[in-house]
Write a protein that binds this ligand. Structure first.
Ligand code: PAF
Length: 282
């Protein structure tokens, strides 16, 4: 399997493949798990050439401790792709200076409000950092299709907006959340949880399922109260936010309108580890 660290070699390797058909692209920050593998598998099924980037992007972290603690497991990631998908994937694992030259500058975007709530409110500048690196990677790889998980649903909608703002010729493919048997959404951060936290984290999925069940018949304030109460006395988890929004605009729901699609979003702390999840409601 080919692993490239610099842009020029990557572009040289991809150029002849472009002539054979479409290029599928899966941008990641490494510490790969079943969720990433599902994206890579789908890309490999739908495109003759698949590129996976592994790059922990500093400009999307607003907490230096979080950036430092983020797991970096390149050798294991490459081995995982090799054993699960095969040799036929191109991996791009650049250094920070390869992607940013000398200055870690971030492009400022107008995501038309998609970045103002939930993860955007909690992590100011985060989505400018994501937009910056995804733009750089798209310009480099020039994929026909790029694959993103719905676990980061706000990010997925923002990337769709980015592509339309920049008029990029790439199809954004959203892929379903991959969960453990207990329902915990797969995430690189799960490996930072203690065993007990991991065992009990299925509460997040159970609460989201219950919200979905109650959604059409219960008023929103009562639903929010139900979620708050579910976490209020929990010894391991602390609710950060719970929100129900319109799926397209990500504006918080005011009144249930059958014509719209809604999604519930949740962020929960287990100690210092922040877990996010979401679920389509109707
Ligand atoms: O979802 C991620 O892993 C990252 O935000 C992404 C899209 C690879 C950009 O760094």
């Amino acid at each position: 399997m080919k692993v490239f660290n610099d842009k020029v070699s990557l572009q040289k390797a991809i150029a002849p493949m472009r002539a054979n058909g479409t290029i599928g692209f899966v941008p990641t920050m490494g510490a790969l798990h079943q969720g990433h593998l599902a994206l890579i598998k789908q890309a490999a099924l739908e495109n003759p050439c698949t590129v996976v980037s592994i790059f922990v992007n500093p400009t999307q972290f607003n907490n230096p401790n979080d950036l430092e603690a983020y797991p970096r497991t390149l050798d294991a990631d490459v081995a995982l792709i090799k054993s699960n998908i095969g040799e036929n994937v191109v991996v791009f694992a650049p250094t920070v200076s390869e992607m940013y030259d000398e200055k870690l500058s971030t492009e400022k975007f107008n995501f038309e409000g998609l970045d103002q709530q939930m993860e955007g409110a909690f992590r100011p500048g985060h989505f400018d950092g994501v937009g910056t690196i995804v733009s750089k990677l798209f310009e480099l790889v020039k994929p026909d299709r790029a694959y993103f998980g719905e676990k980061d649903f706000q990010q997925l909608q923002i990337i769709r907006k980015l592509v339309s703002l920049k008029k990029m010729q790439v199809e954004i493919v959203g892929c379903p959340i991959v969960r453990t048997e207990s329902g915990l959404a797969r995430s690189s951060r799960n490996q930072l949880l203690s065993e007990e936290e991991r065992n009990q984290a299925s509460i997040i999925y159970r609460v989201l399922n219950e919200v979905k069940k109650r959604f059409s018949g219960t008023n929103i304030a009562e639903l929010k109260q139900y979620v708050e109460e579910s976490f209020a006395s929990h010894t391991l988890f602390r609710l950060d936010y719970f929100e129900i929004t319109d799926e397209a605009t990500l504006h918080p729901i005011k009144e249930y309108d059958k014509q719209q699609n809604y999604r519930a979003f949740i962020a929960v702390y287990a100690g210092d580890v922040r877990l996010i999840d979401n679920m389509q409601l109707n």
